[in-house]
Every structure is written in structure tokens, then in C-alpha cells.
Design a protein around this ligand. Sequence first.
Ligand code: GLN
Length: 197
Amino acid sequence: MVKIGVLGLQGAVREHVKSLEASGAETVVVKRVEELEGLDGLVIPGGESTTMRRLIDKYNFLEPLQQFGASGKPVFGTCAGLILLSKRIEGQDLTHLAFMDVTAKRNAFGRQRESFEAPLKIKGLEEEFIGVFIRAPYISEVDENVEVLASFNDRIVAARQGRFLACAFHPELTDDARFHQYFVEMVEESKKTCIEQ
Ligand code: GLN
């Protein structure tokens, strides 16, 4: 069984735990740097990216998280987590973990669309997946090494770059664990290749 951490500084932490456990993973809520140890993968939840960054700095998480990402273990960012994973953020110079060659646009769906749900066609999932968007970002640009997994109205809302996965919506706020299952399989795959090497 793989062990997956959920960064527990802010956001829908328990909901991610529930979806990961429904997908057959063991979980750890990571509130202290030491709790990153022994994990096979990590989820960075939604919330508010500037607040989350403040908490990351306050609890000295930046470097350990960067090392975790560099170690070859999979990381999945949802919503604000997507912003934290992006190498470029429109309209600001400050980036955070910067693992993925994508540009994030924050609060990108406009005021009248602060929160909404939309059925999405996600690459790798057979049936449609209901995307819950809450003041969501989208990905406005991807480099060619990034695989687009889902778009909504021509906006990219889910992408994968090797062991990094990001989505603009909140899969943890539905009872449908298929997207978490997709991540758990990425983690299982990466653990297997680590052991074989
Ligand atoms: N708008 C938030 C941000 O910029 C993200 C929203 C979310 O995670 N639900 O960080």
C-alpha cells in the first residue's frame, strides 16, 4: 500500500484524506516537516495560495517541499495547489514550488463565476467527471512537455507533467474518487520503479 501525505496547513484536508483512502492509499496529514518523511506521494490542497505560502514560510516548509518534489516522488496540486506547483503565475513575480512548466492564471473564471460545477471530459477517465470550481485558476499556457488532461470552455483545467499532477477544480469535494485513484496509481507506479532501480 502506498503512503500519501496531504499538506495540512489550510484547505479541504480531510476530504482529500477520504478520497485517497477510498482509492486504497494510506494517508498522513502533514503539519510538520518531519511528517514528509517516508511518504510515497503528496497532495497540496486548495485554499488560498498567498495564505498557504505564508504558512509554508512560517513553518519552514518551502525547502523540504522543494526537496520532496525533486526527489522523484509524485505531487498532486488542486486549485491553490495548482498555483503553488506552477512555474509561472500571471501578474506576479513570486512563484512558490514551481515544479510544472505551466502558467497559472488566478481567480480566472471571473466574478460572476466564482463557484460553479461543470461536467469534464478527463483524459484517462471513461465517464465524465463533475468539476467543482471555487474561485478557481486555470492554466493559460503549457510547455510541450506537459500533457493536458482536461479543458473547460477552452481553458486548461487539469494537466500532468511526469510525476506532477494539477487540477483547477476540487475532486475531493465530490464522492467520485476516480481522479484521486489516477494519482494513487501514479504513486504506485513511481514506487514500483524506485524499488526496481
Ligand atoms: N483563488 C485561490 C488562490 O488564488 C484558489 C482558490 C481555491 O483553492 N479554491 O489561491
